[in-house]
Structure formats: structure tokens, C-alpha cells
Ligand binder design. Structure first.
Ligand SMILES: Cc1ncc(COP(=O)(O)O)c(C=O)c1O
Length: 535
């Protein structure tokens, strides 16, 4: 009891010290360097969702499930880093449509693409790209997607979204694996007949190795749809859907800041790599050989889990050693947010992968591949649209702006400011925040638990900052590439206000007390069904 009392007193003292005026702000307002087209600050008129959003949600609810709708947006009025909602609230958007807006809202360079007469036919006529591409397609692919191709890759396959990019990348790995086994022979009559009734050997028992906490999409788990079988981030994505018996390796659970825990983290990574090799051997013995390994350079949905370049390079070597293709899923990390165009560039190797998939900030989905991963026949990787050429026009312009405005350097700079501010806040509010981490502006911080995280997200939103959660209790930062130091300071000041507000302090003391009871009196944390409801 004495220990409990002193714990509570310490918690109150720490929190009260922080609301004293002298240490209220982490950072002062910085020089304002916003582009001329955007607003200069959040402006809130109602709580979010406001009355208009609520009414629209009711209307849409009569047509669709609206369980995931946050609020309705006014995209016409939104500018740069600021998203305006249907009630006229203007929020600093650090989540950017689940990390998919490269240059903020209504960027003038992208508006110009629409006004050019030579681009109009690409918007009006959406072709079936796999059979009838427009005559300028090779040229447009060269100036957009191929101009940022990862090292060692000269081929790109466009697709529509992240899941279908991964889905087709998996298929490409299976086809490659079987062609490698067959050598120059054609598929046998037994293979061609059995595949039509979902039986082996035509539908072979191959597998893809993925990692606990990974997210590679939500498409289903049977037939040629298999993203969900490699997704292991949240119960709500998986429940009730059939899946495959594929190996799942542990993803390193590192300590942050990484520079301070090099030794422990290296041991943790070695443990995971050993497990990967064991699983590959086990699955081969089970008769379900691993055709490919898929991994995110930073596990995003699963909680912004990082690993070192050494880990990825060793994993890539393990894939090579066991004859597995190595697929790096850059759907969320690609496009510049980590301060390099591809997150895997931080590994410093010129042979990072056999396949790199992308979507989100790239505006179109797809994957790059090595020559040998190219399927041998048409229609093996195919769907009606296979992307959208109008998106390549936008992407070319996005890439021009990134180059002209040195946005990768800007991301590195503003990311440092953001992360430094998060370090300071976590040292001021140790009961609420921990494990600040990030690369570029691709940052995250942990909160006490999922309830605290969700509460903080709502409070931040009502103060005009839009953020997302990831993992069990993390807040993730996914601003656009035009996010500057100025915006980082603006956010940090608002976050500090929220953290020092009396209701958050009171909640943290109560939750801290609950946590104390759980740890010292062994009260179960929460059951999986409770966790599921929270999702
Ligand atoms: C790493 C990763 N892969 C795949 C996907 C799936 O992309 P989509 O939602 O476009 O299908 C996501 C989506 O968040 C992702 O973060």
C-alpha cells in the first residue's frame, strides 16, 4: 500500500510540474515557411464530428456500413497540410488519408495537370491497360514510375491498389518458383488438369513467409487471393475468413532510441532471423516450401516497428540461400516519407529485393520486379484496368515537385524536428508517452494503452490535429511531403496543450493506478475479445 501511495504521489507531482507555465511549450513558433497556397493554422468551429457530418453519416448509414467513418470532408476547401471538414473545421492533417497524399490537398502543380488539354483523354478514357494501352504509355511509365525504380529493377507492373499489388506480386513469386523447378519443360498434363479443380500438383502447396504484426492487405485467403494470409496486425481483419497454413516469423521487437540499445536489439534481430531459417526448413519438410518472403521496411499498421539495415540485409541473404524470392512491401513506406524515396534505401545495399510493391503516395499501385520474376506468358498477371494512366500523369508531376523543391531533404529536416519534439514530450510525460521513433516524418510514439491512445487522438482532433493509431497503443505520424518545421512546431504545441490538460492528467493518474494494480496484483490486462471490440 505504501508503494502504491508513493507511486500515485510521484505521478501527480510529475504531472503537476508540467502544467506550470515555465515548461508548458516544447517548442516556440518557428519561422513560417508555408507555401502560398495553404492556410496557416487549424481553425475549429465545432467538435468533430460536427452536426453536418453527423447528419451525413446518418444518411450514408441508410446506404452502407458507416462504422469506420470519422467525419465528412470538404475537399474543395482543403489546402496543403490542412483538411477542412463538412462543418468548416480546418485541421492540420498528419494522417493524410492513411498516408496516401504526397503533396497535401489541392496542390497547384496537380491542379495544372488537369487543366492541360493534352492530358484530358487520359481522364476521360480509362483503358483496359493489359490489352489496349494508350500510345504514350511506355513514355509515361518511363517518366513516372521507372524514373524512381529501386536499384536493380528495370521492370514495373502497374496495378490499382496496395492489396492487389501484393496479391499479384505473390502470384509472380509462385510462378517464378515453379518455372525455376520445371526448367525448360512445359507444365505436365497432370498439372494442367489438376489446377482446374484446385488440386496439386497444378495448384501446388507453396507458401509465403510473413512476419507477426505485418500488414500486406485484406484480400481474402483462398484461391489466388492471399494478402490476408500474410497480414497479422489486427483480429478484425482476419476473423471468419479462411486462410492458409503459411509460416509466420517473429518481427524484432526493438528498444528505442535505437542508438542506445544496439547490443540488445542486435540479439533480438538474431533471434528472429534464426526463427526465419527454422520456419523455412520446417515448411519445406511439411511439403509446403516457402516460395517468397514478404516484409515491410517499417511495420506500419502493426505499430511502426523498426529493424536495422543489418537485419534486412541478412534476411535478404537468407531468402537467397533458400531459393525464396524477397518481396519488400513499400505500400506505406514508399514515396519519400522516410526521407529517402524508398525506405529500403536506408539499408545501403544495391540489391535490396526481387520485388518491391507500392501504392498510396505513388497514387497508383503496382510493383517493380527483377527480370527473372517477369511471368512467361500474358494473362498470368492480369485484371481489367491494371492501374489507371491518369494516375501516372499526377505521379510525374508529384516527382517533379519532389525534385524541384528538394522535398526529401525537407522531410528529413521536419522529421528531425518532429522526433526531437516527441522525445522532449515523452520525457515530460513519461506516464503517458514512450518509445518515440521514426525515420523522416514517418514517426510514431507509444501511449500508456489503447484507451489512452484513442482518447488522445480524439482530443487532438477537437484541437485541430488529425492523426492515426497503429498497433495496440501507438500514434502514427503520416504527414504529406510538404510538411515543414513550422507544422511540426504547430503540432507539438497543440500536443503539449492536450497532454497538460487536467482531464488527461487525471485519466493518466487513474490509468497509471490501474496499470500498477495489473502489474503488482496480476489483474489480467484485457481479453482478446475486449481488444477486438476496441478495434
Ligand atoms: C504495407 C501495406 N501493404 C499493403 C496495404 C494494402 O493497401 P490497400 O489498402 O491499398 O489495399 C497497406 C495499407 O495500408 C499497407 O500499409
Amino acid at each position: 500500500m505504501a508503494l502504491l501511495r508513493s507511486n500515485l504521489t510521484l505521478s501527480l507531482q510529475r504531472n503537476l510540474r508540467l502544467v506550470s507555465p515555465g515548461c508548458r511549450y516544447v517548442s516556440q513558433t518557428a519561422t513560417k515557411t508555408v507555401s502560398e497556397f495553404e492556410y496557416d493554422a487549424p481553425s475549429m468551429k465545432t467538435p468533430v464530428p460536427g452536426p453536418k457530418s453527423k447528419e451525413l453519416t446518418r444518411q450514408l448509414g441508410e446506404i452502407q456500413n458507416v462504422g469506420a467513418i470519422n467525419f465528412f470532408c470538404n475537399y474543395e476547401e482543403s489546402r496543403g497540410n490542412y483538411l477542412v471538414d463538412a462543418d468548416g473545421n480546418r485541421m492540420l492533417d498528419l494522417y493524410t488519408q492513411i498516408s496516401s497524399v504526397p503533396l497535401g490537398y489541392n496542390h497547384p502543380a496537380l491542379m495544372k495537370v488537369l487543366s492541360s488539354p493534352s492530358n484530358l483523354s487520359a481522364f476521360v478514357n480509362r483503358p483496359a491497360l493489359g490489352i489496349l494501352p494508350p500510345e504514350n504509355f511506355p513514355e509515361k511509365l518511363t517518366e513516372s514510375l521507372l524514373s524512381v525504380a529501386p536499384s536493380g529493377m528495370t521492370r514495373v507492373q502497374n496495378m490499382a491498389c496496395g492489396s492487389c499489388s501484393n496479391e499479384n506480386a505473390f502470384k509472380a513469386m509462385f510462378i517464378w518458383y515453379k518455372n525455376k523447378e520445371r526448367g525448360t519443360s512445359d507444365p505436365s498434363p497432370e498439372e494442367t488438369s489438376s489446377c482446374m479443380i484446385n488440386q496439386s500438383p497444378g495448384c501446388p502447396d507453396l507458401s509465403i513467409l510473413s512476419f507477426m504484426g505485418a500488414f500486406h492487405g485484406r484480400t481474402m485467403g483462398k484461391s489466388d487471393k492471399c494478402c490476408l494470409a500474410t497480414t497479422h496486425s489486427k483480429i478484425i481483419h482476419k476473423l471468419d475468413i479462411p486462410s492458409f497454413d503459411w509460416p509466420i516469423a517473429p518481427f524484432p521487437r526493438l528498444k528505442y532510441p535505437l542508438e542506445e540499445f544496439v547490443q540488445e536489439n542486435a540479439q533480438e534481430e538474431a533471434r528472429c532471423l534464426e526463427e526465419v531459417e527454422d520456419l523455412i526448413v520446417k515448411w519445406r519438410q511439411k511439403g509446403k516450401p516457402v516460395a517468397g518472403i514478404v516484409i515491410e521496411p517499417i511495420q506500419a499498421e502493426g505499430g511502426d516497428n523498426h529493424a536495422s539495415p543489418d537485419f534486412f540485409i541478412k534476411l535478404r541473404n537468407i531468402a537467397r540461400k533458400h531459393g525464396c524470392a524477397f518481396h519488400v512491401d513499400e505500400v506505406q513506406t514508399g514515396g519519400g516519407a522516410t526521407g529517402k524515396f524508398w525506405a529500403h534505401e536506408h539499408w545501403g545495399t544495391d540489391d535490396p529485393a526481387d520485388i518491391v510493391s507500392f501504392s498510396k503516395k505513388m497514387l497508383t499501385g503496382g510493383y517493380y520486379q527483377k527480370d527473372e520474376l517477369q511471368p512467361d506468358k500474358g494473362y498470368r498477371i492480369f485484371n481489367t484496368w491494371m492501374g489507371d494512366p491518369s494516375k501516372n500523369l499526377f505521379l510525374s508531376e508529384v516527382l517533379n515537385v519532389i525534385r524541384k523543391e528538394n522535398l526529401l531533404e525537407e522531410v528529413t529536416r521536419s522529421g528531425k524536428t518532429l522526433l526531437q519534439g516527441l522525445y522532449e514530450l515523452q520525457s515530460q510525460y513519461p506516464h503517458l508517452l514512450s518509445r518515440a521513433r521514426g525515420q523522416g516524418t514517418f514517426c510514431a510514439i507509444d501511449t500508456l494503452d489503447g484507451v489512452t491512445r484513442d482518447d488522445l487522438l480524439l482530443k487532438l482532433r477537437d484541437k485541430g490535429v488529425l492523426l492515426g493509431g497503429c498497433g495496440e497503443n501507438s500514434i502514427r505520424f503520416r504527414p504529406a511531403l510538404i510538411f515543414k518545421d513550422y507544422h511540426a512546431h504547430q503540432f507539438l504545441n497543440i500536443f503539449n496543450d492536450v497532454l497538460s490538460c487536467p482531464s488527461v492528467i487525471a485519466a493518466s493518474v487513474i490509468l497509471g493506478y490501474g496499470y500498477f494494480l495489473m502489474r503488482y496484483h496480476r489483474i489480467p490486462r484485457c481479453t482478446s475479445s475486449q481488444r477486438f471490440r476496441r478495434n
